[in-house]
Design a protein around this ligand. Sequence first.
Ligand code: G1P
Length: 296
Amino acid sequence: MPKRVRTAVFPVAGLGTRFLPATKAMPKEMLTVVDRPLIQYAVDEAREAGIEHLVFVTGRNKGVIEDHFDRQFELETTLESRGKHEALAELRKELPSAGHTSFTRQQEPLGLGHAVWCARDIVGDSPFALLLPDMIFKASPGVLKQMMDAYEEHGGNVIGVEECDPKDVASYGIIERGEGPDKGFEITGMVEKPKVGEAPTNLFISGRYILQPEVFGLLSQQTRGAGGEIQITDAMHTLMKQQRFTGVKYDGKVFDCGSKLGFLTANVVFALDRDDIRDGFVKELRALDLSEQIEG
Ligand code: G1P
């Protein structure tokens, strides 16, 4: 049995420049898909997969994320006195247990690998999950949960992957696929943001990882990769020489909410999937009769 994964790291230090001015004072991770902030989707997915300790790597202007995962006494008292018991129960259910959140800061924007490295002391010598909150999924069970099944079987490191349009490979980390079934195959190579035509496959790393702590030693070498940044993909690529990496082509679909198109699409898809919203939303959309804009 491989060592249990109890801790998840959420890098939330990014500036969110693609969403300005919305993200001038507000963290991009607090942008909402329907009525939940992006970060909440990633945290829910981690908890569904059995994660207990949530580690946030934050930066300046991100204090509201800390508030989001704390109690809000004034709000709770008001909901209580107004008899809004359902909303109150929902808030309480989502609150992480006391002592199960940690916050550290990435002081300089040196890349995703550097952000992860900033969590090394908190994570310690244990395997951990890494979830990029820009990426949210329509998947049941959740993607990290599906990956945990592969982890139990193979141990080592596990990466969630999905197929992308071959012309989009330059936006992502791309893996090379070896032997084994979709739900647990060996990864034989990986490259960060390859040029179109130079990628080994169109299987991209969609923001969910289970990693062994040895990755921190490699990240501490601070080697710069694509875009002049310290890349987690490069550290994993080196770690592959010593440890197994398993790919999971999960059941489900990612929405890249770091892009406006992905974010807007996610809002429509997630709204249509909500029992309390779907019928009203469909009615509004029909009344607008958008067919000309969509078809024309
Ligand atoms: C990061 C990773 C990349 C991954 C992507 C998923 O890139 O480096 O391997 O495919 O997240 O969103 P970024 O989006 O930070 O450029």
